[in-house]
Design a protein around this ligand. Sequence first.
Ligand SMILES: [Zn+2]
Length: 185
Amino acid sequence: MNERTSGHLSEEAVMRWQMGDAADAERAHVAMCAECEAQAKPLEDALSWFGAAARQWGEERAGLAEEWREAKAAAVEEWRASKSAAARSWRSMVAVWATVSVALLLIFGIGLPRWKAHRAAIEAQVQQQQQQQQQQKQELARDNALLDEVDQDVSQVVPEAMEPLSWNTANSGTVSSTGGKAARQ
Ligand SMILES: [Zn+2]
C-alpha cells in the first residue's frame, strides 16, 4: 500500500479531505487509517451535517452551494486556526509547566540533595577530623603510655643491671678488704 508507506496525511491533506477535495490516494488512506480518520472525521461529519442541512434548506441550490463552499472553507480555516491556537496555548502551557517543573526539579531534585550531600560531606569531614583528632589523641596517649612503659622498664632495668655492679663493687670491696685483710694477715 503506497499510501500507508508514505505516512499519515498532512494537515493540508486532512483539510482537503474535509473539504471533499482529497486525492484518491488520500481518500484511500483515510479509509484505512483510523488515526487520520479520527483527525479528519469530526469536522467532516459536522460539515456534512451542516452541508446536508444547508442543501435541504436551500432552494437556490447553486447559489447556496457556492455560499456553502465559502462558508465551509472559512469554517475549516477557523477550525484550523483555533486548533493551532489551542495547540499553541497547550504548547505554552506545557512550556510553562516544563519550566516550573524543571525549576522544581532543580531545586528539589538536584539542589536540595546536593545541598544535603554537601552538608553531609561537611559533617562527615568534621566528624572525620574529630575522629582523626581523637585518633591522634589516642595515638598520643598510646605513645605516652608506651613511653611511660619504656620509662618504667628502663628505670626498672637500670637498677637491676646496676645491682650486680653495685653488688660486685660492694663485693669486690669486701673481697679487696678481705684480701687486704688477708694480705695484711
Ligand atoms: Zn494515517
